[in-house]
Design a protein around this ligand. Structure first.
Ligand code: DOR
Ligand code: ZN
Length: 335
């Protein structure tokens, strides 16, 4: 099968040595990706976003790949600032304070009036808002509890494009058809695993992420909209590399590293469930192009049903399914 211009609409590329080590694993097979801003310190200024983009371009070397840049949301952003940075960014990412890796500077309270100036300016400038939708409640309920905040934001800012990032629950899937301006990204790992795979047997640190994988019925709801390429969902890997020692430790960092095998796993998933290449093409590129209004670089990925042994690590980062065999291989990438 062939996929054209795959896009990863939620990606962590990190910075420094990690960026240099892993950037090409996405840049080789994807045409572009939405780059998360949760660096230390987070990306909050025009200078920081431009400089980060330059470091990414340097790290990907000869690969043809567009980093779609984001800012870390702050309620103090005003129209003057947002207008000045508009051409450098594709979206702005909102994190609830302290909810995940490097999100301490995020939002607390979700008071609509406090958020209004920034979100209205984004709406006017047509800047999508990407949201990590979890409360600080009980871990399995965090995303479902956030649904009322999504409803509040979608209603208060009807012209703002709001992307519910890495959804993991049926509750979030159900919101898609209720609010015109709500969209979602879905990861490959949340289409494949449930909490049972993470903690039902021996604890699997490389499957631990935020939001945590949920119940089978939640995964089924995600699978349904992904496999039919529901026009409001798009692929976003949330591939989140951490050094092996940070995952295999008594305080395991959250994040699943999927970037190098995401397309192979998607091909296998759509094949196993009898979905078509056209649907996969829409899920990994077409829907995102429509939702974000982006036109990606041409890149054609050929995938064949041929076993691929997943490496045990990529420069010190352990991928999902390390040392295991998966059914599809990438046999060619052409530009
Ligand atoms: O598991 C996660 N890892 N979830 C996030 O939201 C952040 C990410 C990271 O940056 O490591
Ligand atoms: Zn993320």
């Amino acid at each position: 099968m062939q996929l054209n211009a795959p896009l990863d609409m939620h990606l962590h590329l990190r910075d420094g040595e990690m960026l240099e080590n892993i950037a090409k694993t996405s840049a080789h097979t994807f045409s572009g990706a939405i780059i998360m801003p949760n660096l230390v310190p987070p990306v909050t200024t025009k200078e920081a976003v431009v400089a980060y983009k330059d470091r990414i371009i340097k790290a990907i070397g000869d690969e043809k790949f567009t980093p779609y840049m984001t800012l870390f949301f702050n309620p103090s952003y005003d129209k003057t600032f947002l207008s000045s940075v508009r051409d450098e960014i594709t979206a702005i990412k909102l994190y609830p304070a302290g909810i995940t890796t490097n999100s301490e500077g995020g939002v607390s309270g979700f008071d609509v009036e406090e958020l209004r100036p920034a979100l209205e300016a984004m709406s006017e400038l047509n800047i999508p808002l990407c949201v990590h939708g979890e409360t600080n409640g009980f871990v399995m309920d965090r995303e479902a509890e956030f649904a009322s905040i999504y409803e509040r934001l979608a209603t208060a800012f009807p012209k703002l494009t709001i992307i519910m990032e890495h959804i993991t629950t049926k509750t979030s899937v159900d919101l898609l058809d209720r609010f015109e301006n709500l969209y979602a990204t879905i990861t490959i790992h949340h289409l494949l695993i449930t909490l049972d795979d993470v903690a039902g047997g021996m604890l699997k640190p490389h499957l631990f992420c935020k939001p945590i994988a949920k119940r089978p019925e939640d995964r089924d709801a995600l699978l349904k909209v992904a496999l039919e390429a529901h026009p409001k969902v798009m692929f976003g890997s949330d591939s989140a590399p951490h050094p092996q020692h940070a995952k295999e430790s008594c305080g395991c960092a959250a994040g699943v590293f999927t970037a190098p095998i995401a397309l192979q796993l998607l091909a296998e998933l759509f094949d196993t469930h009898g979905s078509s290449v056209e649907k996969l093409q829409a899920f990994v590129s077409g829907n995102a192009q429509t939702i974000y209004g982006v036109t990606p670089l041409n890149k054609t990925i050929t995938l064949e049903k041929k076993p691929f042994k997943v490496p045990s690590n990529y420069k010190g980062v352990v991928p999902i399914y390390a040392d295991e065999e998966i059914a599809y291989s990438i046999t060619n990438v052409s530009i």
